[in-house]
Every structure is written in C-alpha cells, then in structure tokens.
Write a protein that binds this ligand. Structure first.
Ligand SMILES: C[S@@+](CC[C@H](N)C(=O)[O-])C[C@H]1O[C@@H](n2cnc3c(N)ncnc32)[C@H](O)[C@@H]1O
Length: 219
C-alpha cells in the first residue's frame, strides 16, 4: 500500500496525545524530550519541527526566556494547544506556522538550533533524505540539532522482541489514525553525517529503546 497518497493529520488525536503517551510510556518520552534541553539554553533562533501539543516548547521558553522560536506543525489543533503552554514570563517571540515541512522553503543558515522530537520517525528514508538535507542547510555552522526518538531494535534477540512489537503496534496505530507514511524508525545518523553534522551527545532511556541526541553542524 502506498501510504504517501493519504493526507497526514494528527488533529484526530491531538487532544488525547498527552494522555495516550502517559498511559503507554509514563514519563519516559518526556524525559527523553528534555534530556538535552540544556544544550540550547542560550540559542537565539530556534526551529521546532512537528512540535505537537507544546510540552517541549513550554520547557524551552522557561529556560530560554528571550529566544526567537519558529514552530512548524501541520496540525492546527496541535498548534493551538502549543500556544496555550507558553509561560506568561516569556519575553521572546514565537511564530506558529501551520505548514507541511516536506514542502516548506527553509531559509539558508537561518537557525542556531533545530529540534525534531518524535517527528523524524513519521517519515520514510526516501522523504528523510530530502528533508534532512534541507534542514541541515537551514542550520547555521556550529548550530545544534536536538533529536529525541525511538530506536529501532534488531528483531533477532528475545530481549529486543517487546520493543520491536511495541513499535509495530505504534506504527499500525499512527498509520491508521494519522496516516503517517513510515513503518519503521530510520536512523538519521548516516544522512546527517553526509550533510556535515556529527553526534555530540547521546542519552539513552528504556534500555536503549529511546534516545536523546545532539548533533552539531561542522563550521
Ligand atoms: C508524533 S507527533 C510528535 C509531537 C512532539 N514533537 C512530541 O515530542 O511528542 C508528530 C507531530 O508532527 C506533526 N507533523 C507530522 N507530519 C508533519 C509534516 N509533514 N509537516 C509538519 N508537521 C507534521 C504532527 O502534526 C504532530 O504534531
């Protein structure tokens, strides 16, 4: 089946996304999301991709109270939820943009930091190779890219069977409810290396099933 033909929309599950996450993963995804947040506490221009309901945005704008944030998300409901989470103490600027990132014309070297949490796993390798190239070029040299995501386990040991099955269920669920095109997590490492980014930090959770990564663009 060609899943690319179906429109992707997280609107259907946006209001229960947080609740579903807590029921299935407790606080593991949230810990993974914020594990490397301190790496961008002083970044000025920050791009958040597929931010969802704004829980990372809330933490970011608390610790970096005068940054300039661009939030790109295709779901108007996710964007509306994210807006409500910005602390009143925040003094910077946030642009909320309802956009499909695969079609967005990213400006050259415009951001000090890019964040894509539990987002790259929505795309196939084919889409990612194009998207990651465009995103790499929108990050300035020495800029940081934070990625929190699942790690695809190898299916050939008994130990990796539960996370492997968990991911198959998640992909079936998000495929059916949101129409995402991917069916497995594609590691971004190889593509990012090709575009001059190197991994500078990796914090694992849940026995390596979740990873919080920081990549730096070489100057
Ligand atoms: C799995 S959720 C992740 C949300 C959040 N970043 C987190 O940490 O949980 C994926 C998010 O990406 C957005 N999204 C999916 N495909 C997109 C696309 N092509 N362009 C823009 N946003 C997209 C969805 O609307 C949703 O908010």
């Amino acid at each position: 089946m060609n899943n690319k033909a179906r429109p992707v929309s997280f609107c259907r599950i946006a209001r229960v996304y947080n609740l579903l996450e807590k029921l299935v993963f407790k606080d593991a995804l949230e810990k993974t999301r914020i594990a490397c947040l301190d790496s961008i506490s002083e970044a000025k221009r920050i791009l958040l991709l597929g931010e969802g309901d704004g829980r990372f945005l809330a933490k970011l704008t608390s610790i970096n109270p005068d940054c300039l944030v661009t939030v790109l998300d295709a779901s108007p409901i996710m964007l509306a939820l994210a807006k409500t989470r910005v602390p009143t103490t925040f003094q910077g600027e946030i642009h909320f943009c309802k956009e499909d990132v695969t079609k967005f014309p990213f400006p050259f070297e415009a951001f000090d930091a890019v964040v894509s949490h539990f987002f790259l796993d929505c795309f196939t390798e084919e889409t990612l190779s194009d998207l990651l190239e465009k995103l790499s070029s929108t990050l300035r040299p020495s800029g940081k890219w934070l990625i929190a995501d699942f790690v695809e386990p190898s299916p050939n040991t008994l130990h990796s069977l539960p996370p492997f099955l968990c991911l198959r269920i998640l992909y079936a669920f998000f495929g059916l409810t949101c129409g995402i095109e991917a069916r497995r997590v594609v590691s971004p490492h190889k593509i990012l290396r090709t575009h001059g980014l190197r991994e500078s930090r990796c914090i694992s959770f849940s026995n390596g099933f979740l990873a919080s990564l920081v990549f730096i663009k070489q100057a």
